[in-house]
Design a protein around this ligand. Structure first.
Ligand code: ASP
Length: 415
């Protein structure tokens, strides 16, 4: 067994076949700890379930959709019609239904955190049962009892010392240790989540706690690419990246790594490898303290669904430090991160991801103090190490709203 941590995301767990592939990878490389997220699209499906309840819509079809998707995976992995994984699926969904019915007065973020992490609980049970079937000596750990957090629902902060002690005491030397990413638990045993796509961050914390030799994040791409293949035609692999460049990329929205992943790894000098679960012979991308990125290649980071909120002072007073600190305070309270900000003497434009649960109340709050305008459905393209000659082509037929440049980074907000 090697002291490495493996993390598998939704794409690696999307079908019975892909779970069989994950078992083979685990069997071949024998990592000390495996961290999983929910099966593909399940987190979104649970989010839709919570939204349906909030909007007084019928939730049965949402529950059915989640049930059917998981049932199909289960029936592709286990022969018996009725097995304990299936029972667990029904139990989790029955709990969600009952909880949603009785939590009408509970704040949205708290309800969200009691329901949405069910995706990770299901995927880890399914993978765990399959590992056992294949003869692994399984140690299934419950992240609610390992990653202890505060109760800032949907963006909880882990208590590091306590969580480390829990993990170290629960992990077993000669077992296949399996745990969920994304989930934590409060002192009062409520579930929490650490932010969407957060299981990379969980995995990095766990790697830090056990002083792993490496964290490997298994993906459906060959490694870190210089552009997101969903939006760009010919992305190229970047074989090596420094922690610093990787932090910059994830901060600007590169979805390949969660922005908080690097810090716990850098603290203990643990390399992060991004590899393909489809092409396991490929080396992927290594991110560490020594790697050099020559900057010869531009890196494109694309974020759709952006909201630009423009604030203007009612009395033409300046947007000075005190107003800006109020604005940042409101953004923090609404758990929103600024993707781009630009201000002049009497107005300030802020671009954030458009999550209506957060942005609608933020706009209401701003409207009490400022004149507010907003613009939805914008796209933000950040280019690291940009080459000016390619820009004209990129912006063809686009309505450019804001352009911001430093020597290494260009941000373009357009419609
Ligand atoms: N399942 C969660 C999400 O989709 C966490 C993760 O995948 O990292 O956001």
């Amino acid at each position: 067994m090697k002291n490495v941590v493996f993390k598998f995301g939704g794409a690696a767990l999307q079908s019975a076949e892909s779970i069989k592939n994950v078992e083979q990878i685990i069997d071949k490389f024998k990592p000390r700890l495996v961290v999983v997220s929910a099966t593909a699209k399940t987190t979104n499906a649970f989010e839709n379930l919570v939204d349906a309840q909030l909007n007084d819509q019928n939730i049965e079809n949402h529950l059915d959709k989640i049930r059917k998707f998981h049932q199909e995976i289960i029936s592709g992995l286990f022969e018996k019609e009725k097995n304990e994984v299936l029972e667990n699926l029904n139990k989790v969904l029955a709990y969600c239904k009952a909880y949603l019915e009785y939590s009408k007065d509970t704040p949205f973020d708290e309800v969200y955190d009691q329901i949405v992490p069910s995706g990770e609980l299901l995927s880890s049970k399914i993978l765990g049962a399959y590992l056992q079937k294949k003869g692994h000596n399984l140690n299934w750990m419950d992240a609610r009892k390992v990653l202890k957090t505060d109760n800032r629902f949907r963006k909880a902060t882990p208590y590091l010392k306590h969580s480390k002690d829990e993990l170290v005491s629960q992990i077993k030397a000669s077992s296949t240790n399996l745990i969920q990413g994304f989930i934590g638990g409060t002192e009062n045993n409520l579930m929490t989540t650490i932010g969407r796509e957060g299981s990379d961050y969980s995995a990095a914390l766990f790697a830090n706690f056990i002083e792993a030799e490496e964290l490997v994040v298994w993906k459906d791409v060959d490694g870190v690419l210089n552009a997101d293949p969903r939006y760009f035609n010919t992305p190229e692999l970047i074989p090596n990246l420094s922690y610093k460049e990787a932090i910059e990329l994830s901060y600007y929205g590169a979805t390949i790594i969660h922005p908080k992943t690097i810090q716990p790894l850098a603290e203990k000098n643990i390399p992060l490898r991004v590899r393909s679960f489809q092409n396991t012979q490929n080396e992927g991308t290594t991110i560490n303290s020594t790697a050099e990125f020559d900057g010869g290649k531009s890196i494109y980071i694309y974020k759709p669904n952006q909201l630009l909120i423009t604030l203007e002072s009612e009395d033409l007073s300046f947007f000075g430090e005190s107003k800006m600190s109020e604005i940042y305070h409101s953004l923090f309270e609404h758990k929103l991160e600024v993707n781009l900000i630009q201000n002049s003497a009497v107005n300030c434009s802020i671009c954030v991801d458009n999550d209506p649960h957060k942005t609608s109340t933020l706009i209401e709050e701003f409207a009490k103090k400022f004149k507010v305008k907003y613009n939805e459905n914008l796209e933000l393209l950040t280019i690291r190490h940009y080459q000016t000659k390619l820009l004209e082509e990129l912006l063809l037929n686009k309505d450019l709203i804001i352009e911001q440049k430093t020597r290494s980074t260009l941000k373009l907000l357009f419609k």
